[in-house]
Design a protein around this ligand. Structure first.
Ligand code: AMP
Length: 375
């Protein structure tokens, strides 16, 4: 593949905040971005050079889009793999439809991981009520029942304790194809964001530590408080995974950490919420890294310039109007990101704040508590 330099047009599938932050990084380096999104006035469209607003099964729109860009990438994994398959016949598309097809379906992903020797929690495929019974014998209780496709941030999953609660949970998922998973009693949740280009050059940001609330990421801090060997072990695992899946682009692997053991929870073939802090904290952000990987450039250095903590701003904070930005913007070492979403719904990711410095954690926690109190 030829290297794409500034002036080239990058096609971005998906119009959310990840596409927006990618676009801001790409445009600052002189690239152009054409976003393909199904919703008008999306966070990405607001900052992109060009936009196509159409459904992902609109073949004419996909073909026109393919003609107008030099390379295609994506910012969320719920893009139909068929659209990516069509695009890759005309224009280089990274990561490939094969990667997307695997990562957008929990069962395919877990099967791929376990067949290739990567550590995952015990799981069982569920498509009938009998599977629930057999599955519970395999996983033990408590267990987690998850939809096989199109779930994120804990949506479409429930903890189950016995056959009856498993049946109820499965009925709540409309008896759709599901995965029953052992509930992992982890000490911590950590993630590793990495990139790989077509020449196989690999780079990563080390382990980032993540705290969730109600299954949604609340706060990430980096570097994670873990021995050097654990950072290395995670990086080697992700490098092997990228080779096995032939990933070109950015990937995030989320792990459960149980003692010294790392168990893969899930993979996302794109930049990740836990990597947002790389924008200010690292020499190269995860978004520039995505750009570099899909353009055939070498990865940038991933060193941390400062410890960092990122806290998510969910729609809940808007309950009584606009949060107190004056306070955020009056404190040094805090970086505000708002995604341009008009409608602040409970649980919706509206923005984030990154705090830098040795006291990043207390700065992030204090400002978050302040915004919550004032709301
Ligand atoms: P997911 O949407 O699969 O990433 O799940 C969201 C969150 O739910 C995870 O970050 C964990 O906090 C929790 N969770 C999911 N699966 C499991 C599991 N098998 N064991 C324990 N906690 C889980």
């Amino acid at each position: 593949m030829k290297t794409l330099l500034p002036g080239a047009t990058i096609g971005m599938l998906g119009g959310g905040q990840l596409g927006r932050m990618f676009t801001l990084a790409a445009r600052s380096m002189g690239y152009r971005v054409h976003v393909y999104t199904s919703k008008p006035n999306s966070p990405t469209e607001q900052v992109a050079d060009f936009a196509t607003v159409a459904e992902f099964d609109d073949i004419d729109a996909i073909e026109k889009f393919a003609q107008s860009v030099d390379v295609v990438t994506y910012e969320f994994e719920n893009v139909p793999a068929a659209a990516v398959q069509m695009l890759e016949q005309t224009v280089p598309t990274h990561p490939s439809s094969k990667v997307l097809f695997t990562a957008q379906h929990r069962l395919r992903e877990k099967t791929f991981l376990s067949e290739n020797g990567f550590p995952v929690a015990r799981f069982y495929a569920v498509s009938t009520a009998e599977d629930l019974e057999k599955g519970l014998q395999h996983t033990g209780t408590p267990a987690i029942l998850k939809t096989a496709g199109f779930g994120y941030d804990g949506k479409g999953q429930a903890e189950v304790h016995d056959l009856q609660s498993a049946i109820t949970a499965w009925e709540n998922l409309d008896r759709s194809e599901a995965v029953l998973e052992e509930k992992v009693l982890f000490n911590d949740e950590v993630s590793l964001v990495a990139s790989r280009n077509a020449a196989g050059e690999f780079a990563h940001f080390g382990l980032i530590q993540n705290d969730h609330r109600n299954h949604i990421l609340h706060l990430s801090h980096a570097p994670a408080n873990a021995p050097k060997e654990l950072h290395q072990c995670a990086a080697e695992m992700v490098r092997d995974l990228c080779e096995a899946l032939e990933v070109v682009g950015v990937i995030c692997v989320e792990f459960f950490r149980r003692g010294d053991e790392l168990i893969i929870n899930e993979i996302a073939p794109r930049p990740h919420n836990s990597g947002h802090l790389t924008i200010e904290a690292c020499q190269t952000s995860q978004f520039e890294q995505q750009l570099r990987a899909v353009c055939g450039l070498p990865p940038g250095p991933t060193d941390f310039l400062s410890p960092a903590v990122m806290v998510n701003l969910l729609g809940d904070l808007w309950e009584n109007g606009e949060p107190d930005w004056q306070k955020v913007l009056s404190q040094s070492g805090l970086h505000l990101h708002l995604y341009g979403k008009a409608d602040a719904r409970v649980g919706r990711k509206m923005g984030h704040i990154t705090a830098l410095g040795e006291d990043a954690k207390s700065k992030a926690e204090n400002i978050f508590e302040h915004l919550k109190r004032i709301k």
